[in-house]
Design a protein around this ligand. Sequence first.
Ligand SMILES: Cc1cc2nc3c(=O)[nH]c(=O)nc-3n(C[C@H](O)[C@H](O)[C@H](O)COP(=O)(O)OP(=O)(O)OC[C@H]3O[C@@H](n4cnc5c(N)ncnc54)[C@H](O)[C@@H]3O)c2cc1C
Length: 292
Amino acid sequence: MQTPAPFEYERATSLAGAIAALKAAGAEARVIAGGHSLLPMMKLRLASPERLIDINDLESDLAYIREQQGEIRIGALTRHAELLDSELLAEHFPVFRDAEEVIADPVVRNRGTIGGSLCQADPGEDLSAVCAALKAHVVLQGPSGERIVAMREFQLGPYVTVVAPDEILTEVRIRTSPGAGSAYEKVERRAGDFAIGAAAAALEIEGGTIAAAGVALSALAPTTIEITRAEELLRGARPSEELFEQAGGIASEDCAPMADGRGPVDYKRHLAGVLTKRALRRAAARALQTEA
Ligand SMILES: Cc1cc2nc3c(=O)[nH]c(=O)nc-3n(C[C@H](O)[C@H](O)[C@H](O)COP(=O)(O)OP(=O)(O)OC[C@H]3O[C@@H](n4cnc5c(N)ncnc54)[C@H](O)[C@@H]3O)c2cc1C
């Protein structure tokens, strides 16, 4: 089936208006941002919303990358291409540029948004792992106000998040820190494809010791998965090849991949270990550079 089921379409002119429209329409309405996940799903009839609320005219409110109150704040309508090009983001969190360089192609990157990527919650999607490793928080706005949710609590299952039918994800917030370094490693079948497996790592190094660590994997479990045992191992330790090898071993054990057309479970577990180690190695080198 290559055509979507019939639906109504509304173009929001304000954030409040978009939220009101969602509330009025009930559970059968969906926000549309870049449309690069939702439209293919509608064409395949995997999603059949009765009403689409288009938020693309809200760029002045929802498309930005800025530094504020010790955080980098990214508006939900910020496109992949803007995340790729942002020098501010590359300076604080180079993991974004690493990931964006291997997400899809320019056509998708010019339209797809960070908000749509996170809300889609595809287990193989890249930015969820990036934001999980960075311990990001997201801002959700609904009829009764605003709430802030940690990435750790954001996904409820494959393609399911805590975002209520009448809520809109408006912003992603990531705390900045002087000795921070981060990196992304992905293996895909061809350039721009979804990952066979990918690892995001974020470290904060203070006085030669790891003060904070984030490790998250994409496509290696039914959801984005944070490797908390590896994070615990890393915290308080001094960066070394042996340490990163051990953390990779934990990632390999703690991931939960499924066999599919992209590869068998053993291969994916192997990838989890190797990619985690490589991402940690590069994150540490970058952290030590910023610390110096
Ligand atoms: C050919 C192709 C290749 C791709 N390759 C990759 C890849 O390698 N890696 C990767 O990570 N992704 C990939 N993608 C997915 C791409 O990144 C999508 O753009 C992204 O996943 C969704 O963003 P969007 O803005 O298009 O969301 P949409 O399709 O507009 O929306 C997706 C979902 O999120 C909801 N939503 C959107 N914005 C909000 C919001 N602000 N608040 C609440 N709900 C919201 C929608 O209702 C919908 O349920 C690919 C897509 C295509 C078509």
